[in-house]
Design a protein. Structure first.
Length: 654
């Protein structure tokens, strides 16, 4: 998951080795499986362990940890990882360690949870949102897989909810809605409910985190039911009991916002909630909602389906999961059509209120499904992508602008989780983001997608992100992009990746960016040399590799952009075939194939002195698929038959 290739030296036949500096960093960042295991088992220095784990994870082709350790080593490896995790705030190690622990989670259920749960809970305080998210996923999956829930709840109560670290305690309260379900009603949840009320009693905490507390209290009311909740209250100090009744009364009096019968973000059982309120929810709020909006019967049907999916997702098999999602697609369409017929007037406030409530329910479900620590199959990923695209398309600008962060998180979870992505999923990836960018400024969306973790993604995901950026700058070229520096930092290193596809993708991507920096005018030699923004790009590339700079300059001089076709595909401007094999840009792309570790890797000097050999080395990688490296269909993008002409530039235009 890195820009640093592991194959950096090759024999020259004399026992010595040669390097390829324009494809490789100066320092070898790779580490073998046996080296990693040795450091984890026998290393005494935490810094060495952190460095070893981080270096090993930088190899995009590394194995899963669970496949390289023996059963006899598992306990000691777990202990080593956890001990180091407890003593570091290194976010890269935290992320990598949690990834390892997630891989091992199904195999460590019989170990004492006290061994590893406190260290994982501690990651709630990490400065990295990705680390917090991984920790939350692990904790949520743990309660669904462990055979000792009482011990889990005890650890969670003591180390998470009662933590003196405010970040940990707040995060633990936030995840209660995903952590606890109706199936936990028989467990002793009294300590958890009492702690929440104690936080409610703290004036400063309540002022800062009122929304989090309200959500947790409402969820616990749903889980416990009225009778059990009152039983718990009777066992608490009178001050907490009075506080609870005063607080809920205030919330009921202050809540005058009309609602549809179900608020899925707070409520997990629409069938119970939409009746008389006997399970502890605000009866007057429900009555108000039902009087304000008489929603059709399909509302309860689709929301009931959402709740069924949520409650049964973890325990369902692949076939049932796909069936649930397919039913959700059909039900959502029917519900939308029913609402449109009921509220035919454009911009009807009641329509938007009811429909946005439904969209939030669906968004919550997608967020839950994609955040669970389960491997998602390609089939499920495709259906989830379709559901997400439907939501974006029907929600339009206002809703997307309010919820774009959640949408982007769901998108990234679909992209990263589970099985490796195929070309069909790549088609959805580009089209979903272009669709979202119709409603949310593209720069904001790209900032959400591209972060410092980009270099650790596998090459397929890196290529999809490059394709997304390329398509964004072509389709939304009229927009202003004010954070191109983020693209420089994270994407430019792909020009010297050891993956041929990534070198090609990065070259096409930054060709479009440079043309954007030149206001989509033809790139003359003068423009290339005098435009400050383009000069900065060239300078950054030169710092990576002089050969990459020469190749990129030649690519710019072609004055030919990748294009969006009327079928909704991205077609590269540079097609690596026999007609371009002798050109500097194509030669640079084709020089090394990561799929063939025995390929002859040449130094710049040998390229100059043995041009014939270089050409032969390049030509062996030519295939019919080279022209399709970025050719990704985008079914959700509006077709524009004339878009090719508007984005292609030739020197004759100058």
């Amino acid at each position: 998951m890195t820009i640093a290739p592991s194959l950096h030296t090759t024999s020259n036949g004399s026992g010595s080795s040669t390097t390829n500096p324009f494809l490789l960093p100066k320092n070898d960042l790779t580490m073998g499986d046996s080296q990693l295991i040795d450091v984890l088992l026998h290393g005494q220095n935490n810094d060495n362990k952190i460095q070893a784990v981080n270096r090993w994870c930088k190899n995009s082709r590394h194995n899963r940890l669970s496949t390289i350790i023996d059963v006899a080593q598992r306990y000691d490896i777990l202990l080593s990882l956890v001990n180091t995790l407890e003593q570091t705030t290194n976010t890269e190690y935290q992320y990598n360690c949690l990834t390892f622990l997630s891989e091992l989670q199904t195999n460590i259920h019989h170990y004492d949870q006290q061994l590893y749960l406190p260290a994982i809970i501690q990651c709630f305080s990490s400065t990295s949102n990705d680390v917090q998210k991984l920790a939350s996923q692990f904790i949520i999956k743990q309660i669904h897989t462990t055979n000792d829930i009482p011990t889990f709840l005890l650890i969670f109560t003591q180390d998470a909810l009662k933590s003196p670290n405010i970040r940990i305690s707040v995060k633990s309260i936030e995840i209660l809605t995903d952590l606890l379900t109706k199936s936990h009603q028989r467990e002793n949840l009294s300590p958890i409910f009492e702690i929440i009320l104690q936080y409610l009693q703290d004036t400063k905490f309540r002022l800062n985190y009122n929304g989090v507390l309200r959500q947790a209290i409402n969820h616990l009311k749903y889980i416990l039911g009225v009778e059990l909740l009152n039983t718990y209250l009777e066992s608490y100090p009178p001050s907490l009991k009075r506080l609870y009744h005063t607080y809920t009364l205030e919330q009921s009096d202050n809540d005058e916002t009309p609602r549809a019968p179900v608020q899925v973000s707070h409520v997990k059982d629409s069938k119970n909630y939409s009746h008389t309120g006997t399970n502890g929810f605000r009866t007057n709020g429900i009555t108000h909602s039902e009087n304000a909006f008489s929603t059709p019967a399909e509302n309860s049907d689709v929301n009931s389906l959402i709740e069924i999916i949520r409650s049964k997702w973890m325990a369902s098999d692949e076939t049932n999961r796909v069936d649930y999602l397919e039913r959700l697609k059909i039900s959502a369409d029917k519900y939308y059509q029913t609402l449109c017929s009921r509220y035919p007037t454009p911009n009807n406030a009641q329509f938007h209120q009811v429909f946005h409530t439904f969209l939030t329910s669906k968004l919550d479900l997608l967020s839950y499904i994609t955040s669970t620590n389960l491997d998602l199959s390609i089939k499920i990923k495709l259906v989830l992508s379709t559901c997400l695209a439907w939501l974006i398309k029907h929600s339009q600008a206002t809703y997307c602008k309010q919820h774009y962060k959640t949408i982007c998180v769901i998108f990234k979870n679909i992209l990263f989780n589970g099985q490796s992505n195929n070309r069909q999923l790549a088609k959805f990836s580009v089209s979903i983001i272009l669709l979202l960018e119709n409603f949310v400024h593209p720069q904001i969306v790209l900032d959400e997608l591209i972060d410092d973790q980009y270099q650790y993604y596998n090459y397929r995901i890196q290529l999809e992100i490059l394709a997304i950026v390329t398509a964004t700058f072509i389709k939304h070229r009229q927009q202003k992009y004010d954070n191109i520096a983020n693209l420089h930092k994270n994407l430019l290193p792909m020009l010297v990746s050891n993956r041929r596809e990534l070198r090609h993708g990065a070259m096409e991507c930054f060709t479009v960016i440079c043309v954007y920096l030149n206001a989509f005018k033809p790139l003359t030699s003068t423009a290339i040399e005098t435009n400050p923004s383009i000069k900065l790009v060239l300078s950054l590339i030169e710092n990576l590799s002089y050969d990459a700079l020469n190749a990129f300059r030649f690519r710019l001089q072609r004055n030919l952009l990748p294009s969006l076709t009327d079928e909704g595909n991205i077609t590269p401007g540079l097609v690596c075939d026999s007609t371009t094999a002798n050109d500097p840009d194509a030669k640079f792309i084709l020089l090394v194939s990561n799929n063939n570790k025995n390929s002859f890797v040449q130094t710049p000097q040998s390229v100059i002195s043995h041009e014939t050999t270089s050409l032969r080395s390049s030509s062996q990688f030519l295939s019919a698929n080279n022209s399709k490296l970025l050719q990704l269909a985008m079914p959700f993008v509006d077709k524009k038959p004339n878009i090719n002409d508007s984005v292609r530039i030739t020197l004759s235009n100058s």
